[in-house]
Design a protein around this ligand. Structure first.
Ligand SMILES: NC(=O)c1ccc[n+]([C@@H]2O[C@H](COP(=O)([O-])OP(=O)(O)OC[C@H]3O[C@@H](n4cnc5c(N)ncnc54)[C@H](OP(=O)(O)O)[C@@H]3O)[C@@H](O)[C@H]2O)c1
Length: 340
């Protein structure tokens, strides 16, 4: 079978090679999937640049999510069978024609969900659902700020928050504003031209936001903390800003860590606030049943039309580098997909 190997950290055009490799077999708790569609995530770009601590060492097969058909199941697997259409978290290895993955991250999808859409479910929609529905309890009319609201995770966060009756403020760069409105965002902020903190304070007052979902980090995180209402919660799940122009530091480097600022638990206690970190790989590693529950809830919400994954663009495997570049250049709105 063929797989796409990351052989060289750096530019998309020079990073990957398609190579022949051995077919995987299913261990007891695993499912082998024949891959139709590979989903890209922002973390793939970070890993390609050699800045993602969890990624395997080169030559590596990256890839967090795929959609396709079950090819084989291990002896302990009962919830899917050969031939089922599935979406799956692949925890690396997804850039392949066939991939073996742990069964907790595999779920059946019905015929109404296209494979391309399904690639948005296992990582991006699960991150959105876990952050909005497991970490906090949203109430109607809560004021919710979602950064990068046109992105794969951000667009689905918006759909879930609107379904819960929240008022959503969404930030994005200029060319994505119309999509934000179509997707239900109530206050659209172009953070390339407007200071989002001032724009929110002008409309809603100081310390007015109930929940913030931040994948940007750094100054954006610090400003967000100033907007948070007493009793508000900050959910931090990414550090996109720190990755920009950062050629040597990984997510654990000191400038990245300090870029978020320093906050005392006592301050949190006095204001009844919380900062909640989300890393879905850790959820999968340490709470696989919770991950599986989240994935099943995501599938139900998608079948019910509450989550509507948006496919930004579909590439072929021969265009793999272009797909990475498109995501890195911030051109995408929703999911970037590569089909075999
Ligand atoms: N913790 C977890 O478990 C977890 C899981 C999945 C994703 N994530 C994180 O969630 C974020 C979104 O992931 P995604 O896969 O859905 O990607 P995405 O949002 O579809 O793409 C990234 C978007 O982030 C925005 N952005 C803002 N500042 C940026 C910067 N300095 N450099 C690059 N992009 C910037 C861009 O949108 P604009 O053009 O609107 O600025 C860009 O299109 C990423 O930070 C990712 O690492 C975390």
């Amino acid at each position: 079978m063929k797989a796409i190997y990351l052989t060289k950290y750096g530019k998309a055009a020079e990073a990957f090679e398609i190579r022949e490799t051995a077919m995987p077999s299913a261990q007891a708790d695993q499912v082998v999937i024949k891959v139709h569609s590979i989903g890209l995530n922002f973390a793939d770009v970070v890993a390609r640049r050699g800045l993602y601590p969890d990624a395997p060492k080169n030559p590596a097969i990256l890839g967090y999510d795929v959609a396709g058909w079950v090819h084989a199941v291990g002896s302990n697997v009962t919830h899917v069978k050969e031939g089922d259409r599935v979406t799956a978290l692949t925890r690396f290895g997804g850039y392949s024609e066939y991939v073996a993955t742990l069964s907790y991250g595999v779920s059946k999808i019905d015929d109404t969900i296209a494979f391309e859409e399904a690639t948005a479910l296992s990582t991006q929609a699960c991150t959105a659902y876990y952050s909005l529905c497991e970490c906090v309890n949203l109430h109607p009319d809560d004021l919710v700020l979602i950064h990068a609201a046109a992105g794969g995770v951000g667009s689905i966060m918006t759909q879930i928050a609107k379904h819960k009756g929240c008022k959503v403020i969404g930030t994005a760069s200029s060319r994505k504003l119309d999509y934000l409105k179509q997707n239900g965002v109530d206050q659209v902020i172009d953070y390339t031209v407007l200071d989002f903190q001032s724009a929110i304070e002008d409309r809603h007052g100081k310390k007015s936001v109930d929940y913030i979902f931040d994948s940007i980090g750094g100054k954006t995180f610090k400003k967000g903390m100033k907007l948070l209402k007493p009793s508000g919660k900050m959910i931090t799940y990414g550090a996109a800003a720190q990755m920009q122009g950062n050629k040597s530091g990984t997510l654990r480097s000191i400038p990245v860590v300090l870029g978020f600022g320093i906050f005392s638990p006592l301050q949190m206690l006095m204001q009844s606030q919380a900062i909640i970190g989300v890393n879905m790989l850790r959820v999968g590693d340490h709470k696989p049943k919770v991950f599986n529950h989240v994935l099943n809830e995501v599938i139900k919400m998608t079948t019910a039309g509450i989550i509507k994954p948006r496919v930004s663009k579909t590439f072929t495997v021969d265009e793999f580098a272009e797909a990475h570049q498109y995501l890195e250049d911030r051109k995408s709105m929703g999911k970037v997909v590569v089909n075999w």
